[in-house]
Design a binder for this molecule. Sequence first.
Ligand code: KIV
Ligand code: ZN
Length: 516
Amino acid sequence: MSSNHVKIFDTTLRDGEQSPGASMNHEEKLRLAQKLAQLNVDVMEVGFPASSPGDFEAVSLIAQNVQGPVICGLARTWEADIRACWDAVKAAEKKRIHVFIATSDIHLEHKLRLSREEVLKEITSGVTLAKSFCDDVEFSAEDATRTDPEFLAVAVQTALDAGATTINIPDTVGYTMPQDYIQRFNFLYEKVPGLKDVTTSVHCHDDLGLAVANSLAGVSAGARQVEGCINGIGERAGNASLEEVIMVLATREADLGLTTQINRKEIHTASRLVSMITGVVVQPNKAIVGANAFAHEAGIHVAGVLNQPLTYEIMTPEEVGLSQNSLVLGKHSGRAALGARLKEMGYKLSDASFEKLFEALKRLADKKKDIFNEDLEALIADEILRIPLRWRLDYMNIVSGTVTVPTATVRLYDCEELKQEFGSGSGPVDAVYNTIGKITGSSAELLRFTISAITGGLDAQGEVTVRLGEDGHVVLGKGSDPDILVAAAKAFINGLNRLEYLKTHAPVLKTEERTL
Ligand code: KIV
Ligand code: ZN
């Protein structure tokens, strides 16, 4: 069976992207993949190439540009899927094809309309074809935890016979419990002796809030690969939260005797990057990466922690890359101060991005006296990370008040061309959004609008998150600025850029085919 090394398989760019609204464009995916390489994950699953030309291009881009981890693409057992997957990943330094098919009766009957015999044939043909291209082939028995154990053992044996090198036993619908999962692994190890010669893997969804516990249960039963997403994002209630799995293994290493190769100091910036790019907010009390994860409020706790951090802390914030330095930047801070702060916060920017950020910092400092880390992160997100595909805000002016019809003049870059319009609305945000709608020709529906202050203080920046829907696509958009109307405009434009991307790159699979 097993070594002490637990492989971390990140699927933020594939299963994670299936979170409602969490779509990313190619450039954003590449940035995130580079971050995952810094985090030093063993494997990153970066898309499902056959699902759309956009997914294919993104996987190829990452395969060509990211070194270090194994770059993996997902494929059904179908020939066209496997060929597309290979074409997309083949340029990578290390590559994997991940072949899956459902094995539970409920999926066979209602989704695949295949008999068990036909599924076994699919496994043989799919894994054999994948193996003819690539040495490293993973097989997943989708909905394994609701599959008849005897049939699951046959399916696993069939995949092994065809050459699979990793066998994944997914809890696709988040149904299993730790004890059941352990029993299932024990049963499989007993029934399929060849399983001890390959890597077994866990892939747990969080529908009952058990994804991390179940993943660790699988590991205790012998699995040596854990699949999951940063911040636990993913389809429905999400996937196992990788940072939690990693920190359990690290914090309890003495008891568990297991290690990962993760560069834990990159955890915090990886989490922030996922949240800033996707717009999916991390709940404040989220373990490891939530804003309150290391905050002590109760007086007695604070006193204890000041005397000896271990009184109430089982791990230090520094271990996951959180800097405790709260010294602020301001109008007179120079490039050296910004550079030092970015380094503390774990950001490595190119020279061009650094200059862009420095200019944005100066503009912000004209409006806001003290610049905190949170302000800097919002600037990084707005200026560097969220990459506008088509529209960019150039200028806006609003007239609003108690005795006037709110009106807005907005000028946007549409690629390189400047376009200006004038419009009105029932309030200033409505006026801005109507005017932006005129320029872009968008008919997107505003499904949700939320605003919050990034830091305390009257001059705090406002952060706006919008949820937009159009033609069956739903996206999140985010923007920040000391002027909340400008923040609202930026969030709307960010959302429209994402919708634009989806219109041209969204998966072409029918809904019933995309039940992963
Ligand atoms: O949840 C699932 O079963 C999956 C498979 C494709 C591994 O995402
Ligand atoms: Zn999944």
